[in-house]
Design a protein around this ligand. Sequence first.
Ligand SMILES: Cc1cc2nc3c(=O)[nH]c(=O)nc-3n(C[C@H](O)[C@H](O)[C@H](O)COP(=O)(O)OP(=O)(O)OC[C@H]3O[C@@H](n4cnc5c(N)ncnc54)[C@H](O)[C@@H]3O)c2cc1C
Length: 409
Amino acid sequence: MDLGLRPEAQALLMRVKEMITEEIMPLEEAYHAEIGQGDRWGYTARQAEILEGLKAKAKARGLWNFWLTDSDKGLGLSTVEYAYFAEEMGKTPMGAEVFNCNAPDTGNMEVFERYGSAAMKEQWLKPLLEGEIRSAYLMTEPDEASSDATNISMRCERDGDDYVLNGEKWWASGAGDPRCKVYIVMVRTGGDDAPKHKRHSMIVVPAGTEGVEVLRPMQVYGSDDAPHGHMHIRMTNVRVPAENMILGEGRGFEVAQGRLGPGRIHHCMRAIGQAEAALEMMCRRSLQREAFGKAIAHLGANYDIIANARMEIEQARLLCLKTAWMMDQGDMKAAAPWIHQIKVVAPLMSLKVIDEAVQMFGAQGISQDTALAGMWKNVRTLRLADGPDAVHRRQVARTELRKYTQERI
Ligand SMILES: Cc1cc2nc3c(=O)[nH]c(=O)nc-3n(C[C@H](O)[C@H](O)[C@H](O)COP(=O)(O)OP(=O)(O)OC[C@H]3O[C@@H](n4cnc5c(N)ncnc54)[C@H](O)[C@@H]3O)c2cc1C
């Protein structure tokens, strides 16, 4: 089992690290200061100039779409190798988007690439790969416990050459962005007589189709995450051509599985990057600030806190790399239990490390003056987004128990 990087991937990673520290990080503050200066759900000229300028540089240097593992359109990285890139990109909020590796677009591109028709590839995948438009994934519904996706109830009826959609979705990440032009929507097409995992479908709805109403941004601990946003959306008699159905009616779970596996591990890789960034901040701060006659690092149990953070990051990273390696073997069914494990382990670990860093910073740690509060907020959401911890634990336990019983679990 090789969990390392080939020399060419290592060289590429160095270029990414350099661009992040020398060009992206110095512009983060100026970029975020622009949000709310004009329309919160738009981009000021300065904001667009920063983001699009960095994207253009990354693209021109060939530092683009690293997430496309196992594809002739990408740079030929394995999932293991991509883990190192995602970790670096996770260290800074703009990192992933500058290299066109951000959620939910990567998951949606994955769907178009693997399951989309030629027309979908042309209309949606092409501009997404170029970073010209953005997309959203609409599964979760306000009135259904959506951690069990078999509950999804948005109606989608065939009417002549069209499908007609009715219902509500919420937490559609990225749907607030004016550049978001397309939604991939999970809908119910089958009746109760169909097998449980054949009742749902995935369909493409262009943003702005008649009958689509963006009702409000959902807030994450009081923040609307503008201009990205996690939107509450209502669809009333939204009509799309029948060819917008992905793969065919009843194949929604097949598509969801293909989408969520890579998406989940990418979140975990970036969460590990955030933990690394928090540990570095904690160490620097605790060495530089003094209390009771000593640098804070040398007080109380702070060596233990720092040591535990290092050890827990290393454990999570190894599990993440092993999961990536399992995915690289090509059998997603075999990799699934590992994806479930890391989806619980990485956010919990990262949240703990960031929380310790907040504590070591004192009051400043929860304020707007460091990146820590935003990092905590983002990582906390990962314990829900792409499935709550309990759902992933359930799958890990089922895999374990099946080794010892013939019962259906
Ligand atoms: C910031 C953020 C971004 C998101 N982005 C998107 C997005 O882009 N697109 C999208 O479709 N959704 C998105 N989501 C929604 C997310 O995927 C759902 O919130 C999640 O799947 C859980 O669904 P639910 O909120 O309906 O919780 P519910 O299904 O109501 O579950 C609530 C709780 O019930 C408990 N529970 C559930 N199942 C079990 C079990 N088997 N065992 C024990 N306890 C259990 C758990 O404690 C769980 O947290 C996002 C969420 C957040 C916070």
